[in-house]
Design a protein around this ligand. Structure first.
Ligand code: GLN
Length: 451
């Protein structure tokens, strides 16, 4: 049914870069056969899933939305992919994304934008717009995303779906093509809170292949999603997130969601996180610095595209020609900014300074979580904007990540849940919930209460 749905709508939506039809059908048949033979099957046996094209899946192309990796077929599975397969999930294919996960609209894909199923003239968020759109268009019931600055939560918000960024180290980054390694985190995307929790449980947990993976029990996310009990929960509203720039419908639905939590017994408290206002500038120095380093490996020698290899160019020229042709404008912009920020003479002023701010933001979270159990905010300042509206204005694009970035810098758990439609445009609004490190279950408790 999912493959039929993809065939019917994906020419318009462009959520998928690659549909793995034969293997999906073969895996589904294998699950059926196991069940018929009375054999044990995995916890999500036969459930179809859309995988963001930044995770390796042996035998399927992994492009990261970039021309530089066109036709690259990885020889190994990401740990997340392996755990999906071990759970007997059926992987339908790979979903569209901003190139190397850099963007907030999926317009930075080298393979054309994904369209928001709610209004196909609008963006589905980014960078994981393909995964979110696949859910919203009923092409798949589950999807996987990666969140470096909001790329799971922001698309979830603008497509009316659920997206969770687990605690940093809670899910393995092995086989997730790195954007900014100290911020990247794989996570579950779904249409319901319980679906997301069931998927979370499948992919989470310690992995020796990822040096930053946490060796601790997976938080009880499924129990929390089933309970939805928020009585006595202390919910903090971050004072610094208030201000201009929010769409009226976003503010209205946010206020109503907070009232709903209060009516269910939660205690609402205003808290101050004074350094959150510096999160965006700190992120846009730390992230490109890591990008400039991580993307150095795309050198025309080891992966994918190679341009100018005709005997008339030196190796260095081949590298330059390949990177010139293979990377899009946003990727180049970040490599240049990151290289500059890390260069001697500027390192202390930019990268070093941003790292200090990062520590202050973590301390703001620590202080807040000493008096509240979770923090809430709108997930995004505005609902889905028009395709082409912000693509030529990087700063306007970066503003979409205002609320989501602090949790990436601090590494705590965070999620976006649907809280209705904005009256002015009829488009989905998301509520962001932030919880302490390894308290991912609290996200699901709040999400289930709102559902
Ligand atoms: N929009 C943010 C960026 O462009 C976040 C990206 C992400 O989370 N991968 O950096």
């Amino acid at each position: 049914a999912c493959l039929d749905r993809i065939a019917a709508v994906d020419e318009t939506i462009n959520a998928f870069l690659y549909v793995d039809t034969d293997r999906a059908l073969a895996r589904a048949a294998a699950v059926d056969a196991k069940i018929a033979a009375g054999e044990a099957v995995g916890p999500l046996a036969g459930v179809p899933l859309a995988l963001k094209d930044v995770f390796t899946y042996a035998g399927a192309p992994t492009t990261c939305g970039s021309k530089i990796l066109q036709n690259w077929i990885p020889p190994y599975d990401a740990t997340v992919t392996r755990r999906l397969l071990d759970a007997d999930i059926v992987i339908l294919g790979k979903t569209n994304m901003d190139e190397f996960a850099m963007g907030s609209s999926t317009e930075n894909s080298a393979y054309g934008p994904t369209r928001n199923p709610w209004d196909t003239d609008r963006i589905p968020g980014g960078s994981g717009g393909g995964s979110a759109a696949a859910l919203a268009a009923f092409e798949a019931p589950l999807a996987i995303g990666s969140d470096t600055g909001g790329s799971i939560r922001q698309p979830a918000a603008v497509t009316g779906t659920v997206g969770v960024k687990p605690t940093y180290g809670g899910t393995s980054r092995y086989g997730l093509v790195a954007m900014a390694s100290s911020l990247d985190q794989p996570g579950p995307c779904a249409r319901t809170v319980l679906d997301a929790a069931l998927l979370h449980e499948v992919i989470a947990g310690h992995d020796p292949c990822d040096s930053t993976s946490i060796d601790a029990p997976v938080p009880p996310v499924v129990d929390a999603a089933r309970s939805g009990d928020v009585s006595g929960l202390r919910v903090g509203i971050v004072k610094e997130f208030a201000g201009d720039g929010y769409a009226p419908g976003v503010e209205q639905r946010f206020g109503e969601a907070v009232e709903l939590l209060a009516s269910l017994g939660a205690e609402i408290v205003e808290v101050s996180c004074p350094h959150f206002v510096y999160a965006l500038p700190a992120y846009y120095l730390i992230m490109p610095s890591e990008v400039s380093s991580n993307l150095a490996k795309f050198d025309a020698m080891r992966f994918g595209l190679r341009v100018g290899d005709d005997g008339s160019h030196s190796a260095e020229e081949v590298m330059a020609l390949t990177r010139e042709a293979g990377f899009g404008a946003e990727v180049k912009r970040r490599i240049i900014i990151g290289t500059y920020a890390l260069s001697s003479g500027y390192y202390d002023a930019y990268y070093g300074q941003a790292q200090k701010v990062r520590t202050l933001i973590s301390r703001d979270f620590d202080a807040a979580f000493s008096s509240v159990d979770v923090l809430v905010s709108p997930s995004t300042p505005v609902t889905a904007f028009g395709i082409g509206e912000k693509v030529d204005d990087p700063l306007a694009m970066y503003m979409n990540d205002l609320c989501t970035i602090p949790s990436n810098l601090a590494g705590n758990a965070s999620a976006s849940f649907p809280i209705g439609l904005a009256p002015e445009d009829g488009l989905p609004v998301g509520l962001q919930v932030m919880a302490p490190v390894l308290a991912d279950d609290r996200l699901y408790r709040v999400g289930a209460a709102l559902e």
